[in-house]
Design a protein around this ligand. Structure first.
Ligand SMILES: NC(=O)c1ccc[n+]([C@@H]2O[C@H](COP(=O)([O-])OP(=O)(O)OC[C@H]3O[C@@H](n4cnc5c(N)ncnc54)[C@H](O)[C@@H]3O)[C@@H](O)[C@H]2O)c1
Length: 388
């Protein structure tokens, strides 16, 4: 081979390498409401990202959103469909309300676009199954937006379980809630929220413990849900657009849910979640095993961390021990939303599995769906998850 041929080879590969490094991921945002703010703030910090398109059903909303965040050169669309039909996108953030999670996600996957979908996965198990099938067929990456997974103290729960110090896990109690904390907006109507506290914050409490124990399959669910606070003008409140009376009338989802769930591996899960109640907390999260028990102080885990020092109970040489697990500090200097979005993009770039895979969250959704259905018929149901 002549000398210049040899050199040209190197020039070419160097150019390709440079192109690969400077290639920006083209991102579209579907739904430019409240949570899209956290997405755009994180994307804006990333040098390898270019926000090229945004869609919202409400005319002018996406334009005003991008103007507010000083993002220029973005093309705007009236819905996910026009955006995906007209753009060459590497990925989309699906930031629509719960009842509009499945359709844009399926459409994006069918058109070869990777998806970061906000939680909860969907409203029903049937929708989640359809999304999983579209994901499988597409070969694209779909990750569900559970940012507390990036929290070091949450990760510690899983590390404790994985260490074996608890032995075989047989009983878990989880959930939580607020004395008053109904979010209103699109969360409280069935047509947009679909499910209430159960899907909004319940999915996080379930993920915290199910992820820690390796997401065993749910077998049966006996569920309950109610809406005493959301439908009562005295415990509702006014927002920018509605009086308390109007919000009470609009309220058509659950504000409290509870369930007893049997999981594969002879594990039972006792769960309760509240947007509002006459209590400070419905209890700590506890994980009981044959060798040890873990108490996680009542936590608003949806805000991303544990509610205080955890306590590990176990026996040592016949002595009953109690050990405090100190609260860990995150040294990454990055917020949970940044980490959630970065891990999604890195998985695309490095051809790795989704950071929060649907194979796990399908079980989370099956439990939520089971609680809803069991509550409707007033008895325990068997969870049936179709083949994907
Ligand atoms: N991860 C978190 O911490 C967190 C926090 C809050 C909300 N969320 C989730 O984010 C989602 C959105 O919540 P939000 O408060 O931003 O809702 P929102 O109602 O403020 O915004 C949703 C937007 O989506 C738009 N939209 C709906 N369907 C569309 C479609 N097909 N194409 C384009 N736009 C469409 C609506 O017009 C609306 O502007 C919910 O599922 C919620 O559970 C997650």
């Amino acid at each position: 081979m002549a000398n210049d041929q040899v050199l040209n080879q190197f020039t070419q590969s160097f150019e390709e390498e440079k192109a690969a490094v400077t290639k920006k991921l083209k991102i579209g945002i579907i739904g430019t409401g409240w949570i899209a703010e956290a997405h755009i703030e994180s994307y804006k910090e990333m040098e390898d990202v270019e926000i090229v398109a945004a869609a919202d059903l409400i005319p002018g909303k996406a334009e005003a959103f991008m103007k507010r965040y000083g993002v220029e050169g973005v093309r705007f669309y009236p819905s996910h469909k026009e955006m995906i039909d007209n753009e060459e996108l590497d990925a989309v953030s699906v930031c629509t309300y719960n009842t509009a999670h499945a359709i844009p996600t399926i459409y994006a996957l069918e058109h070869g676009v990777n998806v970061l979908l906000e939680k909860p996965f969907t409203v029903t198990l049937d929708e989640a199954v359809e999304v999983c099938r579209a994901e499988k067929k597409s070969g694209k990456l779909l990750s569900i937006g559970f940012q507390p997974r990036g929290d070091v103290n949450m990760q510690m729960i899983k590390k404790i379980v994985d260490s074996g110090v608890l032995g075989k896990i047989y009983y878990i109690q989880t959930g939580g809630g607020r004395r008053r904390g109904i979010p209103n907006s699109t969360f409280i109507e069935k047509s947009t929220g679909g499910i209430g506290a159960l899907g909004d914050i319940g999915c996080y409490s379930l993920d915290m413990v199910l992820n820690a124990i390796g997401y065993p399959k749910p077998l049966t669910v006996s569920g309950y849900k109610s809406a005493f606070f959301g439908t009562n003008p005295e415990t509702q409140y006014a927002d920018r657009f509605h009086t308390a009376e109007e919000n009470a009338k609009r309220f058509s989802v659950d504000d409290f849910a509870a369930a007893f769930i049997r999981l594969e591996g002879d594990i039972v899960l006792d769960f309760r979640i509240a947007w509002a109640m006459h209590l400070d907390t419905p209890g700590d999260t506890i994980i009981m095993g044959t060798k040890g028990g873990l108490r996680i102080p009542s936590t608003e885990c949806w805000n991303g961390t544990v509610g205080g020092e955890m306590t590990l109970y176990h026996d040592l040489a016949g002595v009953m021990m109690e050990e405090k697990i100190p609260i860990l500090k995150d040294s990454s200097g990055k917020g949970l939303f940044y980490k959630k979005i970065r891990s999604f993009l890195d998985a695309i770039i490095n051809n790795e599995p989704a950071p929060v895979p649907t194979s796990q969250i399908l079980y989370n959704q099956a439990i939520i769906d089971g609680i809803y259905k069991s509550s409707e018929i007033g008895k325990e149901i068997e969870v049936e998850i179709p083949e994907i």
